[in-house]
Design a protein around this ligand. Structure first.
Ligand code: ZN
Length: 493
């Protein structure tokens, strides 16, 4: 998510501002508990006796067991695709949406859950049959008429409407979900905000394909992850923008932005299509900030291997966010990084690097967040070396001298998920690994990690195992000292 120099301080400022403005609510306690949707199950015909036992299933778990956020995600199924058909109604600050979820049970399911925060659910169907629901906190429990059979694809359609309510987990504002200033709308979902605007299996271990069908006022533009595949004018004059993300994506990276935007398309030297969206009055600043993206893609392909998705670019919201966020194929920026010079350019490199580290390879749990941020910080140092001749070791040495970082990046706690140690000491851990492994084996690790775990989630233990495989060394001492130990080790070398 955000680049190293920004998140802690500015994030808190943003949180304070949001609290002062009444934008951040206290999550579950003020989530409305909707009454179950009453549906009548068709009467079963029991005119014959049969020896076949009635199909029975289990209740899907209400969480995937994340050590930091146990309520995130759900057990018992795997989502293949989300189709989010959403109308933005700025006069009401509301959304009116139908999300279709294609999922496959991994066990026979009697009931199962989705994550959804607030909003009024008017109906849920499972394979076309209306299904009763119950709601509690962020859990939307669905009780289909028939047991869902393991391995058989199932279609769930959730129809809902309401004013999305941002949430806060711990002291981090970044997971707040849906945001609006009245006209413009955008989402900031890492780690837990996706459920504020669509029903989801909201954990990075269940990636899926996404399509967005976004209907907005005629004078607004809607952008989302992936490629614009169609747009149309509705009978009432509104515009519908259809975006499709063709590669599996974690739920928190699903992103839409609605606003007064222009879309600019270019191509990287590698041939990768690039598209940026920004308010027209910020065109010059955006073109300056993102002007070296194509070069960065080429540089990082040399270091990390092929860019993992079909397209890349940025969207600028007309607000000083205090951070940036690496939404898949469409990183989110605020106006505060326009004109920010080197800090802005480093942030552009940082969010681009996340497409390999964090997006193509997701963290297996939120405790592994340093895998996202350590690699992205190290990538900033790579860019400084390749573009400006400042050796990586020099950047690392400066970072090491900058603070004590006396918290283990491998266990920052769920209240301070994005604290500086996750970024800086995370990057330093990779530098220490490069010193221990040797340059050749470490460069192989940088390339192999996004290849081997592409479209999957991976853990700190997976990284250690791969590093040991590639180097033939026991690297436990490096991980123990740099990732799991509290005290900052001396600078390696
Ligand atoms: Zn980041």
């Amino acid at each position: 998510m955000p680049a190293a120099p920004l998140p802690a301080r500015l994030g808190r400022l943003l949180l304070l501002g949001a609290l002062a403005a009444g934008l951040v609510s206290c999550r579950a306690s003020d989530v409305a508990l909707d009454a179950p949707t009453a549906t009548t199950a068709p009467a079963e015909t029991t005119t014959t006796t049969t020896t076949a036992p009635a199909a029975t299933g289990v209740a899907g778990d209400p969480g995937v067991g994340d050590p930091y956020f146990p309520e995130l995600g759900n057990g018992g199924y795997d989502v293949a695709r989300y189709h989010i058909d959403l109308e933005w109604l700025p006069d009401e600050g509301a959304i009116d949406a139908v999300t279709t979820i294609e999922l496959t049970p991994t066990v026979d399911l009697d009931t199962f859950n989705l994550d959804l925060v607030g909003l009024d659910v008017s109906s849920v169907t499972v394979d076309g049959e209306p299904s009763p629901i119950t709601r509690a906190g962020r859990e939307l429990a669905i009780d289909p008429d028939a047991v869902l059979i393991a391995g058989e694809a199932t279609e769930v359609v959730v129809t809902y409407r309401g004013v999305p309510q941002p949430i806060s987990l711990g002291s981090d504002v970044f997971g707040a979900g849906w945001q609006t200033d009245g006209r413009e709308a955008y989402v900031v979902s890492e780690p837990a905000g996706a459920a504020t605007w669509y029903p989801a299996n909201d954990h990075p271990t269940d990636k899926a394909l996404f399509t967005f069908e976004l209907t907005v006022p005629a004078d607004q533009v809607a952008v989302a992850n992936g490629v614009l595949v169609d747009e149309r004018t509705e009978p009432d004059g509104r515009r519908t923008w259809i975006w499709r993300a063709a590669d599996p994506m974690a739920t928190y990276l699903a992103s839409i932005v609605v606003g007064d935007l222009v879309i600019e398309r270019t191509t990287a030297p590698t041939g990768l299509p690039l598209r940026d969206a920004y308010p027209p009055e910020h065109a010059a600043g955006a073109q300056e900030l993102f002007g070296r993206t194509g070069e960065m893609v080429a540089t990082f392909e040399e270091w990390f291997g092929p860019y993992p998705f079909e397209v890349y670019g940025h969207v600028v919201v007309d607000e000083a966010l205090g951070f940036a966020l690496e939404n898949q194929t469409l990183s989110l920026f605020g106006t505060d990084l326009l004109g920010a010079g080197g800090a802005g350019e480093r942030t552009v490199a940082h969010e681009l690097a996340h497409q390999w580290y964090g997006n193509a390879v997701s963290p297996a749990s939120w405790r592994d967040i340093w895998l996202n941020e350590g690699f992205a910080t190290y990538a900033e140092w790579i860019w400084l070396q390749e573009a400006y001749g400042q050796p990586i070791e020099r950047s690392a040495e400066r970072a090491h001298a900058g603070a004590d970082y006396g918290v283990a990046p491998g266990d920052p706690g769920n209240e301070e998920l994005f604290q500086p140690t996750v970024y800086i000491r995370g990057g330093l851990a990779l530098h220490a690994l490069s010193v221990a492994m040797g340059d050749e084996a470490f460069r192989a690790l940088l390339r192999e990690w996004p290849q081997r775990f592409h479209d999957q989630a991976a853990s700190t233990e997976d990284l250690r195992a791969l590093a040991e495989e590639l180097s033939g060394q026991d690297l436990a001492p490096v991980f123990d000292a740099w990732v799991h130990g509290t005290e900052l080790p001396p600078f390696p070398g």
